[in-house]
Design a protein around this ligand. Sequence first.
Ligand code: CO
Length: 297
Amino acid sequence: MTAQTQTLRTVAGIVNSVETLEGAGFLVRRPFPKSSFSEFDPFLLLDELGPVQLKPGQAKGAPDHPHRGFETVTYILDGRLEHKDSVGNAGLLNPGDVQWMTAGAGVVHSEMPEAEFTRTGGRLHGLQLWVNLPRRDKMMPPRYQEISAAQIPVAQTDDGAVTVRVIAGEALGAKAVIETRTPIIYLHFTLQPGAAIAQPVPQNYNAFAYVLEGAGLFGSEQERGEDGQMIIFAQDGEEVTITNPVEAQQPFDFLLIAGVPLNEPVVRYGPFVMNTEAEIIQAIQDYQNGRMGQIHA
Ligand code: CO
């Protein structure tokens, strides 16, 4: 082996998504958490909403609910979502937009399909990632970063075979505009048939890919992963390699997500993620006593 190949990560495991109902009853595909796999430090959850073709009036959302102690990252690919919160923020997410919400000490928010989109129906596809906050940031004031599709840096190889949208971190010379509390990489790659990437990911980062469309070959041993699967890389190298086979019939679309593990105790109860049981009890009391606020119409 050459020094070069020794830096490539292998695949530690491949996880299938589980279908589950969220919010007011919409279907998501969730690779984690599940009973056998609760978290992937510093990540707590990934939900893929759709892709689904909705009839008029069919779209459902997540009405008022609280969060404390972590961040929710919403990335819309198709459809339109409206959100409102107890701090007075309100906005609309269009295709390609990202909302990176640092719940910190707590917000109550709603995430609903936009009224006009609900009326007409249409294709809905989105992702929500939960990123844990380190102990020192769990009670920070809530913060929003709302980044429109046009503001997300996009890079492409000269031959156009690889496109990457840089939500967090850096790829192909493009640097994210979103700030993270701890080092995070969140990249959306599209590979044409025959294209490959070798993305630097520091060895101390936990790293996984999630396939949105198509299938590809992962890691130094070229293991196959497809639509709806989460591919977990071992912490055994500084580069992640992913290929769309030359014989593929379609572009290959996936997320590459990585972060430095917090290595702190995790106690989670629904929408609250803290370090101790006592902090969870406090969060429930604060929510019940209205200390996370409420949404004003
Ligand atoms: Co929420």
